[in-house]
Design a protein around this ligand. Structure first.
Ligand code: HEC
Ligand code: HEC
Ligand code: HEC
Length: 429
């Protein structure tokens, strides 16, 4: 009897494994000879260039100082390091032998030409929303880039997670393939913004929290999340800035990297703005802002702007004249000369810290990173630099952060600041 049950279980398992194998299996798509660049219309290539910017393909597919799109850029995930691949039209090491159908399947379904499942570090869970026409434009752009001979780097994903067929399970649970569906109740501009944000520009890949298996939590879209040792703040009504992120400030920030009422795009947000969104026409930036200002409920918060500016100006006046508290002295000596606004409109090139998310978030990471490592000339407002205070002791940085939190916000103190500063220093820049 027992033997029969065991045999039955084994048989059932075998059927399940075979069934899973059949389910997970995707055919290879036959190789082609790389198409001649002249096969693509210049207008199509130009549209593809805009979309490649909007999708930050260069940022993830290029190493520091490496050839554009040749891959090898390391992405640290909770499951090991995954390297991006060569997406230049090199026939041997790139995607030169990929037909448009193979490219489309990769973008829409996360399956490589040879039939292997791709890891979601490649944000195909967003690219699946791209229209067929936009995928064609991206294909035209990629196939007309200079081909680079650059073999893929082996991934640092441990067994069994490196079994690509297992990605089918992940897809079954978390992947929702399908093109973008416009919301008919909203304006065409809103829908254009939603199409870009949810699709090619994948804002949620950084701003949406992920579950234990690394999938974005759909019911917490854009609710803020840790990414690459930074915090991507919430883009919902839960955004902690005392001034609302309205359409005008979103346009300014996404277009130039600076919002006078908030701060600058530093860390992983800097390449999003300066290498990616820069390719988008103003109308698309405007559409993104229309969509996001609706999501964060800016209209309900406009009345908070005036009081927030007054409070910020009052906090700045704390650091005029001589100080007794050591942290206040440190701030007056090290920071106030640049960050003082003295009432009226804040100077956009020197963020007002009372209004800045780094000081208002529940997590002090962004503030500590900016103080320890500064903001380079390429990030934030181009050509402007926030100096690094790396030589300050952990205790000094921690005291400064606690002081700013206490005097610039009415939010609870950050716990364990000393430890957090030490940990962020250990991570390095
Ligand atoms: C967030 C980082 C990231 C961004 C942004 C990104 N990619 Fe990738 N991409 C990857 C990674 C990582 C892989 C490798 C995945 C794997 O090995 O399973 C990859 C793989 C691919 C592949 C499959 C190539 C192959 O050889 O299997 C294609 C095609 C591709 N990306 C195209 C693009 C295009 C086009 C864009 C811009 C619209 C883009 N990617 C943006 C990270 C990214
Ligand atoms: C690669 C990760 C990444 C992607 C992709 C990304 N962001 Fe960000 N974003 C961040 C990080 C990190 C910050 C914090 C930067 C800082 O403090 O200077 C940020 C900050 C912001 C802020 C400022 C929030 C505040 O309260 O200060 C806005 C607005 C924003 N992002 C919008 C977007 C939009 C819109 C998109 C998509 C078009 C997007 N982001 C895509 C990582 C990302
Ligand atoms: C020499 C002038 C200068 C000094 C001194 C200075 N800052 Fe800055 N700070 C800047 C500038 C300029 C920016 C904007 C950087 C950019 O756009 O590239 C900035 C940006 C910031 C930001 C915003 C980052 C963001 O993502 O929005 C914070 C927070 C900050 N500084 C905190 C401090 C603190 C704390 C001190 C003192 C330890 C300090 N700064 C000292 C000039 C300065």
């Amino acid at each position: 009897m027992l033997k029969r049950i065991v045999l039955g279980v084994i048989a059932a398992l075998a059927v399940a494994i075979v069934g899973f194998g059949v389910f997970a299996w995707r055919p290879a798509i036959v190789k082609i000879d790389p198409p001649a660049p002249s096969a693509f219309a210049p207008e199509l290539i130009a549209r593809g260039e805009v979309l490649a910017g909007a999708g930050y393909c260069t940022t993830c597919h290029t190493t520091k100082g490496g050839q554009p799109f040749a891959g090898g850029y390391p992405m640290k995930t909770g499951f090991g390091t995954i390297y991006s691949t060569n997406i230049t039209p090199d026939a041997k090491t790139g995607i030169g032998a990929w037909s448009e159908a193979a490219f489309r399947r990769a973008m829409h379904q996360g399956v490589a030409r040879n039939g292997k499942h791709l890891f979601p570090a490649f944000p195909y869970d967003h690219f699946t929303k791209l229209s067929d026409a936009d995928v064609s434009a991206l294909y035209a752009y990629m196939m007309t880039r200079p081909a680079v001979d650059a073999p893929a780097k082996p991934n640092g994903v441990p067994f069994p997670l490196n079994i690509r067929a297992l990605q089918t399970g992940w897809k079954l649970l978390f992947f929702h393939p399908g093109r973008f569906e416009p919301d008919k109740a909203k304006s065409p501009e809103w829908n254009r913004g939603a199409y870009l944000a949810q699709g090619v520009s994948h804002c949620g890949a950084c701003h949406t929290p992920r579950n234990a298996l690394g999938a974005e939590k759909r019911d917490e879209a854009l609710a803020g999340a840790p990414i690459d040792n930074w915090i991507a703040p919430p883009l919902t009504a839960a955004n902690p800035s005392p001034a609302p992120w309205d359409q005008a400030e979103l346009v300014a920030y996404l277009r130039t990297g600076v919002s006078r009422y908030h701060g600058v795009a530093a860390g992983p947000m800097a390449p999003v703005v300066h290498d990616g969104l820069i390719k988008l026409p103003d109308a698309d930036i405007q559409a993104l802002a229309v969509y996001l200002a609706d999501i964060d409920g800016a209209a309900d918060r406009t009345a908070t702007l005036g009081p927030a500016l007054q409070k910020a100006a009052a906090a700045d006046r704390l650091n005029v004249g001589s100080q007794t508290l050591p942290a206040a002295r440190l701030y007056t000596a090290a920071c106030a000369s640049c960050h003082y606004n003295g009432g009226g409109q804040p100077n956009p090139l020197r963020p007002d810290l009372a209004l800045n998310s780094a000081v208002n978030l529940d997590d002090p990471t962004n503030l500590i990173r900016v103080v320890l490592y500064g903001v380079g000339a390429k990030d934030g407002a181009p050509g402007v630099v926030m100096p690094s205070f790396n030589r300050f002791s952990d205790a000094d940085v921690s005291a400064l952060a606690a002081y700013l939190r206490a005097t610039r916000t009415d939010k609870p103190a950050w716990p364990n600041l000393d430890k957090t500063v030490a940990a962020i220093r250990a991570q390095g820049k």
